[in-house]
Structures are given as C-alpha cells and as structure tokens.
Write a protein that binds this ligand. Sequence first.
Ligand SMILES: Cc1cc2nc3c(=O)[nH]c(=O)nc-3n(C[C@H](O)[C@H](O)[C@H](O)COP(=O)(O)OP(=O)(O)OC[C@H]3O[C@@H](n4cnc5c(N)ncnc54)[C@H](O)[C@@H]3O)c2cc1C
Length: 503
Amino acid sequence: MASMNNGKSSEAFKISAAQHVDVLVVGAGISGVAAGRYLKEFCPNKEFLILEEKATFGGTWDTHRYPGIRSDSDLYTFGYSFKPWIGPPIATAAEILAYMGDVIEENEIDRNILYRHRIKTANWSSDEKLWILEAVDLDTEETRRFTTNFLWMAQGYYRHSKGYTPDWDGMADFEGEIIHPQHWPEDFNGKGKKIVVVGSGSTAATLIPNIADDCEQVTMLQRSPTYFLTAKNVNELADTLREIEIDDELIHEITRKKIIFDQAAFTRRCKAEPEQVKRELLTMVKAHLGRDYDVGKHFSPDYRPWRQRIAFIPDGDLFKSIADGKASVVTDEIERFTSAGILLKSGDMLEADIIVTATGFNMNVLGDIDFTVDGASLAFNETVTYRGMMFTGVPNMAWVFGYFRASWTLRAELVAEFICKLLNHMEATGVERVEPVLREAEKNMPLHSWVDPDDFNPGYLMRKGHLLPQRGESSEWKHSQDYWTERKEFSAIDLEDEIFAYE
Ligand SMILES: Cc1cc2nc3c(=O)[nH]c(=O)nc-3n(C[C@H](O)[C@H](O)[C@H](O)COP(=O)(O)OP(=O)(O)OC[C@H]3O[C@@H](n4cnc5c(N)ncnc54)[C@H](O)[C@@H]3O)c2cc1C
C-alpha cells in the first residue's frame, strides 16, 4: 500500500526535466488521479505533471476530517472502473485515501505529482500555443513557471482553504467555540458539552451520530428539512457474487452497472412520481423514529426528491441517535447568536458550548486561478460550455465537473477518456490548438445558467452559480447530469466535427 502522505514525491521531476510538459493536470484529488491513470494508459508518450497545493493526494478526502467522515456514494461507482472495490459500499475517508494510494502506486503516478505547489495564474499565449502558469512553491515561497500544451483542470468545485459560514448577527458575542466541519480541530473534545450543529446535509448527518455518544447533547438545527435515504451498508449482490467466488474485477463491474442502473431508475422516479418517492423516503424515517415523532415537521422537505443531493444514512445511524435521545432536531431559523448560544426566530433559545456550522462550501471557479488569454482576463461566465468540460474562447483546456446525483468519479473517467482521445487525435493530425466553437445555427441559441435551478439547487450553486459558464439548449452545449446518456454520447463524439476548431 502506498504511503498516505507522499509529501514531495517528485524528486525525479524536480525540476530538471524543465518546466514544460505536454499535459498539466491541476489537482491530485479523485479526478486528478484518474487523469494520471488515463494518461499513462492511453497517452503513454505524453509527458505530464500533476500540480497539487496540498502535501498529499486525495483532495476532498484529505481536507475533511470531521468525526465519521465518509462517502455518501457507494464505492463501486465512486471508485474507479479499473480498480475493484472490495468492502462495504460506503467508505470512510481513510479507506478512500488508502484505495487512491494503491491506484497511485500501482500505476506509478506518484512520480508525476508535484505537491505543495499552488497555481496562481494561467495565461494562454496564442503566439506560442501554450499555457504559461505561475505556481508558488509553498515550501520556499518561490514562484515557478510551468508551460504546457494542454491544461487539464481537475481542481474540484470548492475552496479547500475556507468553508462557507453565513454571517449571522451576534456571532462575535458567542462565548463558546464555532467550528466549520471543513476545519475540524485535531484536539476536539466534546465530552459533556452541549453542541448545536447548524445544517442538515450529509455532513451534519454524518458527524452527529459520531459525536453524540460523547457529548451531553447534540442538536441538529435546520432551517428546512432534508431528504434522507437509509439502508444497511452492504451490497447483497456483491456479497453473493463474492460468496460464489466470482473474480473481484467481475464483481466490481457487475455491481457497478447494477447500481448505476438502479440510481438512474430512482432519479427518473423522482421526476415522474415525486409524491410516491417522498412517501417512501418518509416511511423509512418513520420506521426508525416511531409513530409519535413529528416526521412531517423535521424530515419532510417542501421540494421534490433529488432537487438537492439526498443524504444517505448507512445503517440509520443518525436516526438511532435521535431515537436514543442523544441527538435532537430543531426546525427553526436563527435570529441571532448570543453569548450562550442561538436565539431562534420562534423566540426559543438553544444553549451551546460549541456551534458547528455545517453550512457548506464556497464554490471556487477554476481553482481560484487568475486566468488570461493573451493577457486579457478570462470571464469564464461569458463562455459557453461544450458538454460541461470545454469552453468557447478557451483553447487547449478541459475541466472535470462530476455528477450531482451519481458518483463524481463516473464523469471524471468519461472526461478523462475523451481528453485522451482528443490529445491522440491532435497528435495524429499534427495540430496544436483546439477550441470548441458554436456552429453557425447555434450562434443565436438561447443561453442559460450552468444548472437549471428547477432541476438542482444546492446552496453553493445558488450563491455562486452565476460565475460558471453558460449552457446552451442541445446536449452538446450542456452538462447533462445524466450518466447513461453521456456514456453513449461521449463514445460517439466525432473529433472531426466542425464544433472542434483546430490549428
Ligand atoms: C465531505 C464531502 C463528501 C463528499 N462525498 C461525495 C460522495 O460520496 N460521492 C460523490 O460523488 N461526491 C462526493 N463529494 C463531492 C466530491 O468533492 C467529489 O466527489 C470528489 O471528491 C471531487 O474530486 P476532485 O478531484 O474533482 O476535487 P477535489 O477533491 O476538490 O480535489 C481537487 C484538488 O485540487 C487541488 N487544487 C485546487 N486548486 C488548486 C490550485 N490552484 N493549485 C494547485 N492545486 C489546486 C486541491 O488542493 C485538491 O486537492 C463529497 C464532497 C465533500 C466535501
């Protein structure tokens, strides 16, 4: 197994091999590591470098260290297609990091990663047909220059350095501790403390049962309810196949396909029969909390299922904490913080020693990198997206934005496969520059926000979605959020189509 903290592994690379690479990948999270694996497999003659700000790989799974941190998706689909997952479907961050460490080691990707380098600027030079990047070496504070023919943005979608906390009145008056789960203190001690967790997404739902046993009382304070899905943390199909001694590779492939199929059917049902799905979800909650619990008030959202991510509760652990009286739920709004806790709009007071703000992320567009094209600032929200991965007016660049409802990794791999095909096509045809362009008939098509808020509307997108590129009407000019459709469409992409302008 690879070491969990690879530190500055890239001695070999450093940096005698010069600062130019064929492909430069930003970020060594699940998407950047997929990029490394696909480049090794399908573009073996391309020299590439993964630049990563952190001292280790994993991105999200390194940043988040709150108690109980785990995936919300099953690892048969959140894991890679090429590396079987063996274990319970929902995994801890430590298990995900160990899995990624194995992928890095088995594919010798570590020699391509340069850690503790934060990319600050990226300029496309039309004269040189290159991206010129400036990155700060966080150990020496030196700024280093890198050039690359192709930029593969695998930087995720949120700012790792700071989580999102709303600005509530009176926060400075609170005499206890305020913690954002993205910055969990190593020496956290909740023993005997009253803790209020603000928020009811999957972060709140994960950490509450994991601190409830120790602290005096934990309260989940939510402005409005969230949908939860609960089931045992097992996959019966995979377990049966394992019992009859099917190979791990085949178990992984079959289980993965079955889960993807079931999830697509569930997503369709959420649109076709939302009331029925809602009833089913609430029945699961009632089964844990009993007849007398006010499920209508605390667990019945007023939007249809799947307009925001549905949090998965393995083995119903959150509900067990509530049923045991160790945790409680309050549905109300914050009027202001006081020295002793939170005053609610209803007039009730929640006393607290610690307030955890599980209020989400700050979306960051393109890794907070200052992008320019020939020195002119790039207004990313004025571009139109080609299938949610390339952008009009932005040459030789692709980014990875996964799925909201299905596992992120499914799309990270679809995009990776496409980029490798594109790079090989460019090499075979002897061109150096590619940019997606609207066809004549598409130049006046109506443009919309990146995501239809009626379809999916989490807080971070509602706050910062206007900074993202625009979406057109046909499937080529949007991120469809539909794995089944995209899987077929991506494999049929004609790289000679007029949509791709080459030079
Ligand atoms: C707590 C939590 C749980 C989640 N659970 C799931 C789940 O179960 N299923 C699911 O599908 N999705 C989940 N997500 C969404 C999740 O973020 C993605 O699935 C996935 O991990 C993103 O991987 P990534 O590699 O694209 O980005 P990230 O994990 O965000 O990694 C990006 C990397 O890029 C680096 N980087 C960024 N900017 C720069 C720069 N300028 N210079 C150098 N390096 C840079 C960062 O340091 C980071 O290491 C979860 C998110 C969170 C926060």
